[in-house]
Design a protein around this ligand. Structure first.
Ligand SMILES: [Zn+2]
Length: 841
């Protein structure tokens, strides 16, 4: 569903630009998702009792390819079903021939430029998947663990020893020293002495290093350079220390002759238990304490990450990041919503080198070959026949593959044909906009910018739009892991593509973590039904053979107020929509259309213009209303098209239309319809009067078939003039017996309900209150009071105010005011009738 959200936003942007006449290109494609795919396939085979690692390589690759094809089919089908207007003729895959070539080319060039290097570094090792992973694929979480205090006996046999605290007692076998802080007076006398690593006979020195936190444990720490980042740094500052062998193998099992034989081959969890038992027996375990600390886990397998010193390939990131930092700072690349810019820049400023080698088989091979003869490493796009130093033909390819993102970061130009110089590349690069979830801000977006500047010397896109993460109706983030993300194809089948699309962009903001579920889908469907009915209604008044509207009807000044008003409202909606989309405010853009189509056009205009449309106001009025309606409806469908292409296309073809697809029809011109602020101002008191009198009607419980009298005392002569001219409209819409305008000093009629607004006061004749009415009012009052109390106690809860989004709090506050208001009016009503507000016993 995350992809559906991003793609809907993208489709809105692309379709609008296409209608504006731009040469749009939305290039679809598929990522081979190396490690992620291999993990999924591994899981699937495991359920069948097969271990992926035990299959012959060819068969394993075949299994992964099968999986990829299934998913590709599904993704393509989803994209088609949702109506996303991608260019299928340019479909690409990150493992197609062009991507293979480009990936190798990029590696070789970065290698030649000194930006790719092989080195022994501390990496995040996933012992379950047996591969290195990047920092971004590691999740840090606070977890409960245990801190154990061990005694390292003095090497010279004197009694006692040093107290050393650790959370990983199974790694003592890899120790090369015990370190203390230089200013820690407690340990000054012991510096230079030696201790024995427990359970072994190996002697290690006591050293000082400023990286040691004297507050941690007893202030003395074991130094295990191959299995801890800080320890490795300590080791590098003390050149006399030996480098130990790896005491944990790729699967996280104890290994090497530094480990006592009885522990070798145990996995790290078992080894921890057994080591502690042995330490206790040897009297070297002083005490154990519960300890809460940050634990690093693999995003893909959930295994606890093993920091491991190993030889891997890295990309030097700082030189690549600098042009991006500058570009974002000077606005050459804009980030929407802007609030993500700081985090984005911060990450780039603190960037670490990128570990790009993976010990899996699904991915692009690292294009490096090692000479068995002279040990030279040769990076080459095409496999070399011989060593370029000693000419030996005995070359061994690097066994690892590249991180998936090492191909994906080239997407904006590889898909246009790079490294070839193609017409597409000249025409479409730099591109305009990237839409994606902010969860891959660093994995993908930042790196595409880096590769863009490095290999094309230009930004890959001018704008990046980050969508929020979708949440289900219980507020939980949608994820594959939780299984709470509905199947998009199934949703499209049940609800229709357009209802799903609209529900994704409205009413929850696309750039925040919005709720998505049945309620939003109902909203989308209801809106489309409203539009559908609006067009059906319109069709009833369009005679056969009517030409498509070329422009708005030329209305004389004397034309009905509602015609001039709706044209002006249409123009305003069009302006606001365009402004919102230009500024990448997708949900506000949808809201403009929703409000205009639903409220102004379908509710207000249609209701008011009905008399004229039916011919009850003469032929001229009928023609003007019909032309106005047709123009506004036809143009509104164009404006709505990028959001809901299927329904609008279908409806548009039912109306008189030019001989083309709506998808290719021109976007309505900005100045096409007249702006008529006078009509908009004049219409306000009319609409407001109708609204207030309708509310009064329902509150006063006027029976449906009754036609009560009403009065308005206008606030000034202008309002009086408009209301007097539009009296018939008000009478008809509120189903009144009569409407009278009162002058300023006239006493309001007795026995009426009253409402005050900016434009004046409204009064509505009240039905004679019978005993039954009073009783009904009391019952309603009791109901309202209960609701009001519930609402108030919610607002009084500080937890609610702290946790709920501001708009929810505001809504609750408004609700409370409204309930309070209604209770008060019932009280007034009952008082006037001489009844008591409390329910009679
Ligand atoms: Zn050689």
């Amino acid at each position: 569903m995350g992809h559906m959200l991003g793609d809907t936003v993208m489709d809105v942007l692309v379709r609008r630009q296409r209608m504006r006449g731009a040469a749009t290109l939305w290039l679809p494609g598929l990522d081979h998702a190396g490690l992620a795919t291999q993990v999924e396939v591994r899981r699937r085979l495991q359920r069948q009792g097969v271990r992926l690692e035990e299959l012959p390589r060819e068969q394993a690759v075949h299994e992964v390819e099968l999986w990829k094809e299934e998913h590709e089919r599904r993704i393509v089908e989803q994209t088609r079903a949702a109506g996303f207007s991608v260019d299928w003729s340019r479909y690409r895959y990150t493992m197609d021939a062009g991507s293979v070539r480009a990936t190798r080319e990029v590696f070789v060039r970065l290698h030649a430029d000194g930006l790719v290097y092989r080195g022994e570094r501390m990496v995040n090792w996933d012992p379950r998947l047996r591969t290195a992973i990047s920092d971004l694929e590691v999740i840090h979480r606070e977890e409960d663990g245990e801190l154990v205090y061990l005694r390292y006996p003095w090497a010279d046999g004197s009694p006692g020893g040093l107290e050393v605290a650790t959370v990983r007692p199974e790694t003592i076998f890899g120790d090369v020293a015990v370190a203390v802080h230089p200013s820690d007076e407690r340990y000054r006398p012991f510096l230079g002495r030696e201790v024995v690593v427990p359970l072994t006979d190996r002697k290690v020195p006591v050293i000082e290093d400023a990286a040691i936190d004297p507050e941690f444990g007893a202030g003395a720490l074991k130094v295990t350079p191959r299995h801890d980042e800080v320890d490795h740094e300590v080791y590098q500052r003390h050149p006399t220390l030996p480098m130990p062998p790896d005491i944990l193998d790729a699967g996280g099992r104890l290994t090497s002759d530094w480990v006592p034989a009885e522990f070798r081959g145990m996995d790290r969890d078992e080894a921890r238990t057994k080591t502690l038992e042995a330490l206790e027996k040897a009297g070297l375990l002083l005490r154990r304490e519960p300890y809460r600390h940050s634990v690093a886990r693999s995003e893909r397998s959930d295994a606890v990450i093993e920091p491991r010193l190993s030889v891997q390939w890295f990309v030097r990131m700082r030189p690549l990041a600098l042009p991006v930092i500058e570009a974002v700072r000077r606005g050459e690349i804009r980030i929407h919503p802007e609030r993500w810019e700081r985090e984005f820049l911060h990450w780039l400023e603190e960037i670490q080198d990128w570990c790009i080698s993976r010990q899996v088989f699904w991915g692009h091979a690292i294009p490096v070959y090692y000479c068995r003869h002279c040990h030279r490493e040769v990076a080459s796009v095409d496999p070399p026949a011989k060593c370029d130093r000693c000419s030996s033909a005995d070359l061994e390819p690097d066994p690892d593959v590249l991180d998936t993102w090492f191909t994906s970061w080239l997407w904006p130009f590889v898909t246009l044909g790079w490294p070839e110089r193609t017409a597409d590349l000249d025409h479409y690069y730099p591109t305009n906009v990237l839409v994606t979830g902010r969860d891959i801000m660093f994995f993908w977006v930042a790196r595409m910018m880096m590769s863009g500047y490095y290999f094309r010397n230009a930004r890959p896109f001018s704008d990046v739009y980050f969508t929020g993460m979708l949440r289900d109706e219980q507020g939980r983030r949608m994820s594959k892991h939780l299984g709470n993300s509905p199947d998009p194809l199934e949703l499209v089948r049940q609800r229709g593509a357009d209802a799903v699309r609209f529900a994704l962009v409205f009413p929850n903001p696309t750039d925040e973590d919005g709720m998505f579920g049945p309620a939003a889908l109902d909203g989308g469907r209801n809106f489309l039904t409203k539009v559908w009915n609006l067009v059906r209604f319109t069709l009833a008044f369009i005679p056969d053979g009517t030409a498509p509207p070329e422009g708005p009807p030329a209305l004389p000044a004397a034309s009905a107020l509602e015609n001039r008003w709706v044209l002006s409202r249409y123009r305003r909606a069009r302006e606001e929509l365009d402004r919102a989309l230009t500024e990448y405010r997708i949900t506000p853009a949808a809201a403009v259309l929703y409000d205009f189509l639903w409220h102004d056009l379908a509710d207000r205009y249609v209701e008011i213009a009905k008399e004229a449309l039916l011919g009850h106001r003469g032929e001229t009025a009928q023609r003007e209303a019909r032309e106005t309606l047709l123009f506004v409806v036809e143009r509104s469908l164009r404006l709505l098209h990028p959001f809901v292409p299927h329904v609008t296309e279908e409806l548009w073809h039912a109306l008189p239309h030019p001989d083309t697809l709506l998808a290719l029809a021109p976007w309505p011109r900005a100045d096409e319809a007249p702006s008529d602020p006078v009509a908009e101002v004049e219409m306000e008191p009319v609409l407001e009067t109708v609204r207030l009198l309708r509310n009064l009607r329902s509150e006063e419980k006027v029976p449906l078939d009754a036609a009560p009298k009403a009065w308005v005392r206008p606030a000034g002569p202008e309002v009086a003039r408009v209301l007097s001219a539009e009296k018939a409209t008000v009478v008809r819409l509120v189903r009144l017996g009569s409407l009278e305008l009162l002058d300023e000093r006239a006493e309001p009629p007795a026995g009426t309900g009253r409402r005050v607004a900016v434009f004046g006061e409204c009064f509505l004749e009240r039905p004679v209150a019978s005993g039954a009415t009073a009783e009904a009012l009391r019952r309603e009052r009791a109901k309202l009071v209960a609701l009001l109390e519930k609402n108030r106690s919610r607002l009084a809860d500080p937890g609610f105010r702290a946790r709920a989004p501001p708009e929810v709090v505001r809504e609750a506050e408004e609700k409370a005011t409204e309930l309070q208001d209604r209770v008060q009016r019932i009280d007034e009503h009952l008082k006037e009738d001489g009844a008591s507000p409390e329910a009679s016993p």
